[in-house]
Design a protein around this ligand. Structure first.
Ligand code: ZN
Length: 72
């Protein structure tokens, strides 16, 4: 019989995205304008983008666990 922690880890691993199943927009954290497309297997930090459809500010693209983290 597995311990609850081992079971928890197993379930967590099952949910790690391995296949691109979903595509989402990168949004500017300042004005919410759409920028580019990423999918749920992406991960990113230290990538800086310019908001070209909205406020024109520079923002860092941070993607963790396949989701954009809106960091200003
Ligand atoms: Zn913007």
């Amino acid at each position: 019989m597995s311990s609850p922690q081992a079971l928890h880890d197993m379930v967590r691993n099952l949910h790690l995205p391995r296949v691109a199943t979903e595509r989402m927009w990168i949004h500017c954290p300042y004005c919410g304008a759409k920028h580019s497309i990423y999918d749920n297997t992406a991960s990113s930090s230290g990538v800086f983008l310019l908001c070209y459809r909205g406020c024109k500010k520079e923002f860092e693209l941070v993607i963790e666990d396949g989701k954009q983290v809106l960091k200003k």
